[in-house]
Each structure stands twice: as C-alpha cells, then as structure tokens.
Write a protein that binds this ligand. Structure first.
Ligand code: OMP
Length: 215
C-alpha cells in the first residue's frame, strides 16, 4: 500500500495507533485523540510509514548528499526503515543516524550513532508535532553536533499552537527557513471522523481544534 492519508488513518485506527478518548499530552493539554506511533509495531505498518516518509523526502529533499536523522527513541526505527525505503523505492542512498539518550563512555563513545553529522545539513524524522518542544530539543542537539537542519518531516502534524499563535510547524519553518512536512494532519483526522466517526467524536475534535488549533 502506498501512502494515502485516509487509508493510513483507517489502518492506524484498526491497530490502536490512533485512538479517541481522553488523553493528557506532554504539553499538559487534554486531548480527545492520541496517536501512538510506538504501535506501528509490525513489518507492514512500519513499511507503510517509512514509504510515506521516503516518498515525501524523494519529492522535497535535495537527493544529493541526503542525510536523515531520527531522534531517540521512537525516531530510531523510523529513520532506519526510511533509509531502506529510500534505497528500495527511489534508489536514493541516504546517510542516516540517530542519537542515544545517555552518552556511551566506552567503545566508540559519544551521543551520536551512524552518519557523521558534523558540517552536514540534516533532515529530521519524527513521529508527532504538537507544541514543538520535542523538535526544538532535537534541533539544539544537532546544533551542538555541528549540523544544521535541512528540513523536518513528521508522521502527524496536530496543527496546534506552538509558543505563540502560529502552529509549531509554522514557527519552526519560519525560524529555521526550511521545509517542515507532515504525512497526515489534524485536519485529515477531523475529515475522517466527519465521514466515518460519531457526532460526539466530531464535536470533541472540533472543540479541541477551536481551543488549541490554528487554521
Ligand atoms: P511536542 O513536544 O509538544 O511537539 O509533542 C510531541 C511529542 O508528544 C511526540 O514526540 C510524542 O512523544 C508525544 N505525543 C504523541 O506521541 N502523540 C500525540 O498524539 C500527542 C503527543 C503529545 O504528547 O503531544
């Protein structure tokens, strides 16, 4: 299956990756839905996601010297699978790497694994963007490693306010002056719920979007 937002939402719901209910987010916001990318835990689901990232990168990234980076922990399998999908589906031989959360003090040591990032311009792959806090930490980490950001790609853009009135994605795209892409957005999910969900779910999603979302 090639990547299609509506089909992906359907598969995500079937596998409990996407759930409706009451969830407290990292930002403290109380959300009527949650996307748990950790449950993309079969070969098929991981392949669908990785091919989605790879298609978007093949379309939007500079394919010469492409370097992709996954932030620990969830970004690690995603970046590895995406590097494979880029090669298999697009014959793009990207370098890839990731960080450790704890520095290794023996062997090769350090916080970074894989591609040497120093002086490189790197695409960051992550699961979800809400207020952008996690992504800002990744950017600081890359900065410390002497790398710059070429672009950012996430599976889900919740299209929520970041530090100001713009969405976190808009803020990052503006401050870094790089493309920030998403495979699926909150609007795709609302559209899906309007077609296939209950009135109650739709009302809760719309109320949440009115409070924290941006148009
Ligand atoms: P921000 O740092 O606020 O952008 O939140 C992004 C992070 O929140 C993700 O990397 C996840 O760890 C987590 N998250 C989800 O996984 N799924 C969601 O639907 C919402 C969140 C969240 O807590 O906002």
């Amino acid at each position: 299956m090639s990547f299609h937002p509506e089909q992906f939402i359907e598969v995500a719901l079937k596998n409990q990756v996407l759930r409706f209910g009451e969830f407290t987010l990292k930002s403290g916001r109380k959300s009527p839905y949650f996307f748990n990318a950790g449950l993309l835990s079969t070969g098929e689901l991981l392949s669908v996601l990785a091919e989605g990232y790879a298609d978007a990168l093949a379309k939007h990234a500079n394919q010469d010297d492409l370097v992709i980076f996954g932030a620990a922990y969830k970004g690690i399998p995603f970046v590895a699978a995406t590097a494979q999908a880029l090669w298999r589906e697009h014959q793009i031989n990207a370098e890839w790497g990731y960080n450790r959360k704890e520095a290794k003090d023996h062997g090769e040591g350090g916080m970074l694994v894989g591609a040497d990032l120093k002086g490189k311009s790197v695409w960051v792959i992550d699961d979800v963007m809400t207020a952008g806090t996690a992504m800002r930490e990744v950017i600081a980490l890359l900065d410390k490693a002497g790398a710059s950001v070429a672009g950012i790609i996430v599976a889900l853009d919740r299209k929520e306010k970041g530090q100001g009135d713009q969405s976190a994605i808009q803020e990052l795209a503006e401050s870094l002056q790089v493309p920030v892409l998403a495979l699926v957005t909150m609007d795709d999910i609302v559209e899906y719920v309007a077609k296939h969900g209950s009135q109650d779910e739709l009302a809760q999603m719309q109320a949440y979007r009115a409070e924290y979302g941006v148009s």
